[in-house]
Ligand binder design. Structure first.
Ligand SMILES: [Mg+2]
Length: 440
């Protein structure tokens, strides 16, 4: 498996999604979906591709952070890394001069995710497997050896993690077959971005229903009257039995969240996502407690920095749906820790996706979760957003509102070279054209 990493390249790749209000929500009215995109070159000629998702101007900072960490990968072989993956994770996250600007949070942790995603991609490519299959085929011992249990052993020990994975071995082959045939259930966020008109929402919802979607998310939180109108419209269109999810993207204070959601309760959302600051664990717990009698759960995680935060959210019963993110946490290593803790606390995992590349990445993690750990689909679904997939060499495949397991080796986040060229900031063709037109 000798593949010595001889070069780490990072690109600032941005997509002008704000021009059409794609991705708009209560806190991000003009997002340009972007990525710090990493390519690892090895002496054996293999490449590993990784990314982390960012927004527009923030990408510049994350690219710098990737460059600052990249020296820790140079000269290492893939074997060096995966033989002691826990140690390598800790090397990246605990570098004595870099951890001050984290630790394990913010831009430096997004950079860690981009680099480690590329390492996992390289490993899966060398093994000739899609990442989910690499994970499914690793032994429980190998899986836990990738996880840093520091700071979470009061909630989950290494031995307990091993026991959970061993217990779930029964029925694994059947669940893998089931996923290959049916795929993993998904919900759509594409119909109801905050900046979309009612007419646009109606059209997109009609199309989605015709395409077999049965779970829908609507952005809320800016104006209550608008939310009531939009939620009524979407509930009328999808009928009483389909699933409606709401997402406030951190807009409210705690009391405001409870009052606002009490007003939206008649539209029967399964969850309210990110009702307040993503750091406010006790606030989420208060909201959870207040909304439980209304049948509304709290979901969060896309901006939950690390496994320690997730541990506390779970310990405090502060969320009822865990939304892992393939690029916010420290790649597969830290996501494994969170999947294991969620399983122990019996809280369903419903990954955050969308952005650019997040669907491509996180589908692997949730397939692994079902096949090798949770063995349960109750109230579980993975987010899906239908744009920017055309820029990837192995884009997600959705059939009848389910993610079909990827077949190509790797972690599915290799971008087409032509897309990287065109969207490279600030001199790629797309940005040069917008600049010449005075639109940027
Ligand atoms: Mg969200």
């Amino acid at each position: 498996m000798q593949q010595q990493i001889v070069e780490v390249r990072v690109e600032d790749v941005r997509f002008p999604t704000s021009l059409q209000q794609h991705g708009s929500d209560a806190m991000h009215p003009d997002p340009d979906y972007s990525a710090a995109y990493v390519v690892l070159e090895t002496d054996g000629g293999r490449r590993g591709y990784g990314l982390t998702f960012t927004l527009g101007r923030g990408t510049q900072v994350v690219v710098c952070a990737v460059e600052a960490l990249s020296g820790l990968l140079l000269g290492k072989t893939l074997e060096d890394i995966v033989d002691d993956f826990r140690g390598f994770y800790r090397l990246l996250t605990s570098d004595s001069q870099m951890r001050w600007i984290g630790p394990e949070k913010g831009a430096i942790h997004l950079a860690t995710a981009a680099l480690l995603n590329a390492v996992w991609d390289l490993w899966a490519r060398v093994e000739g497997k899609p990442l989910w299959k690499l994970l499914v085929d690793l032994s429980p011992e190998q899986l836990v050896s990738c996880v840093d249990f520091r700071y979470i052993s009061d909630a989950l020990t290494e031995q307990q993690a091993l026991d959970l994975l061993r217990e779930a071995q029964a029925g694994k082959a059947e669940r893998e077959q089931q996923m290959l045939q049916e795929g993993y259930p998904a919900y759509t966020t594409s119909c109801a971005w905050l900046g979309y008109s009612d007419q646009q929402l109606t059209q997109l919802c009609t199309d989605a229903l015709a395409n077999g979607w049965s779970r829908f998310k609507v952005k809320v939180g800016a104006e209550l009257k608008d939310d009531e109108r939009r939620c009524r419209l979407i509930r009328q269109m999808i009928g009483p039995d389909k699933t409606l999810l709401m997402d406030a993207n951190q807009r409210w204070d705690v009391g405001e969240a409870i009052r606002w959601m009490s007003s939206l309760a008649p539209f029967r959302p399964l969850w309210i996502e990110e009702p307040t600051s993503p750091d406010d664990i006790l606030g989420h717990a208060a909201i959870s407690k207040a909304l439980a009698p209304l049948g509304i759960g709290v979901a969060s995680g896309e901006q939950c920095h690390n496994r320690v935060m997730f541990k506390q959210f779970l310990q405090a019963s502060a969320l009822q749906f865990v939304q892992i993110d393939s690029c916010r946490l420290g790649s597969v290593n830290e996501n494994l820790a969170v999947l294991l803790m969620a399983h122990k606390f019996q809280v369903p995992v419903c990954p955050h996706a969308g952005g650019v590349g997040l669907c491509e990445l996180v589908q692997h993690l949730i397939l692994f979760d079902y096949i090798s750990l949770s063995a349960d689909l109750t109230n579980r679904m993975c987010e899906y957003v239908d744009h920017l997939h055309q820029h990837f060499s192995s884009p997600v495949v959705i059939r009848n509102a389910h993610y079909l397991p990827p077949k190509d080796p790797g972690y599915s986040c290799e971008m087409l070279e032509s897309s990287v060229e065109a969207h490279r900031f600030p001199h790629g063709r797309v940005w040069a054209d917008l600049s010449a037109q005075g639109r940027r």
